[in-house]
Design a protein around this ligand. Structure first.
Ligand code: SF4
Ligand code: SF4
Length: 307
């Protein structure tokens, strides 16, 4: 008889996820002191929400009643057009934001997976998480054997890379679990050397308060003066530490039709960005992750590019 874990993995792939791994829902003992120190040192910058739910973030059983297993899923977001546009002079946008807001796309797939589990396995309760603050998704993906956490703090999968969304289903049944894999960064330090703001202060430690993604998306006020000249052309997010990673030379274009790139993102020049009005921005980027920075945020980021 097919094991429950196999049913889940087979169904996850059928629903469009690229990889699926499973781990026991338990206290993240190894990660706890790192998270505590990271917060203590203020590396979350003004992202105060990261200080909330400290206990819940480290123990899924405090987040979901009766939690027994964490099902981790990966969904490729590497766009077919990324290689062609890389290096162009137009303002840069992180590849994960090329299409529609991925939260909805992935949440729908997770709900469908839970439904299939209920049909094929039995009554299962669970909660779906997509890039949400209370869950340390990279830690769970690594624990579930989906990859290792690289020096750039991204989850890297051998021969696949790191351009993947991570999501979790925390469920109340015991499942066969996967073993973590070894770290294949070796002596490489490309990501640490390439970071424009030296935000990777040690292997696997990114000072969030120095990261371009934080400055261009999360920070609602003005950027510190010394950072304005280091944005390296980015107006939303930053992919540098992933672009330089040799494992990402294996990246293949994703096949999720709901996440096709918005043509405007691929075609807009710096002048187009400078001239766009709030109304056009709202219409063009309706349902896009760019809304997180908003029109004012994007315009602010743009204004720093010439400083
Ligand atoms: S995303 Fe960019 S700024 Fe942030 S750590 Fe990576 S290279 Fe540095
Ligand atoms: S660039 Fe090198 S050190 Fe950084 S994550 Fe990739 S393999 Fe690891």
């Amino acid at each position: 008889m097919e094991s429950h874990s196999n049913i889940i993995k087979r169904s996850a792939l059928r629903l469009g996820f690229d990889f699926c791994g499973i781990s026991k829902a338990e206290f993240l003992e190894e990660e706890a002191p790192h998270l505590e120190k990271w917060l203590e040192l203020g590396m979350n910058g003004k992202m105060q929400y990261m200080e909330n739910y400290f206990d819940k973030r480290l123990d899924p059983r405090k987040l979901v009643d009766g939690a027994k297993s964490v099902i981790s899923l990966m969904l490729n977001y590497y766009p077919a057009s990324a290689k062609a546009t890389a290096g162009e002079a137009s303002p840069k946008i992180s590849k994960y934001a090329y299409g529609k807001d991925y939260h909805y796309v992935i949440k729908d797939k997770l709900k469908e997976l839970l439904q299939v589990m209920n049909e094929e396995i039995g009554e299962i309760h669970g909660r779906a998480f997509v890039d949400s603050a209370p869950v340390l998704d990279r830690a769970w993906a690594a624990k579930s054997g989906l990859g290792w956490i690289g020096k750039n703090a991204q989850l890297i999968r051998p021969k696949s890379g790191s351009f993947f969304f991570l999501a979790e289903l925390i469920v109340d049944i015991d499942l066969e679990t996967d073993a973590p894999m070894k770290d294949y960064c070796g002596t490489c330090t490309r990501c640490m050397d390439a970071c424009p703001t030296q935000a990777i202060i040690g292997p696997k430690i990114v000072d969030g308060s120095k990261c371009i993604s934080y400055f261009t998306i999360e920070l609602k006020e003005n950027m510190p003066e010394e950072m304005k000249s280091k944005l390296d052309g980015w107006i939303f997010g930053c992919d540098v530490c992933q672009d330089v990673c040799p494992w990402n030379s294996f990246s293949l274009p994703h096949k999720t039709k709901e996440m096709q790139p918005n043509p405007a993102i691929l075609n807009m020049t710096k002048q187009d960005w400078e001239e766009i009005t709030e109304e056009v921005f709202k219409n063009t980027f309706k349902g896009s992750p760019l809304q997180r920075a908003g029109f004012a945020g994007i315009k602010r980021n743009l204004s720093y590019l010439s400083t």
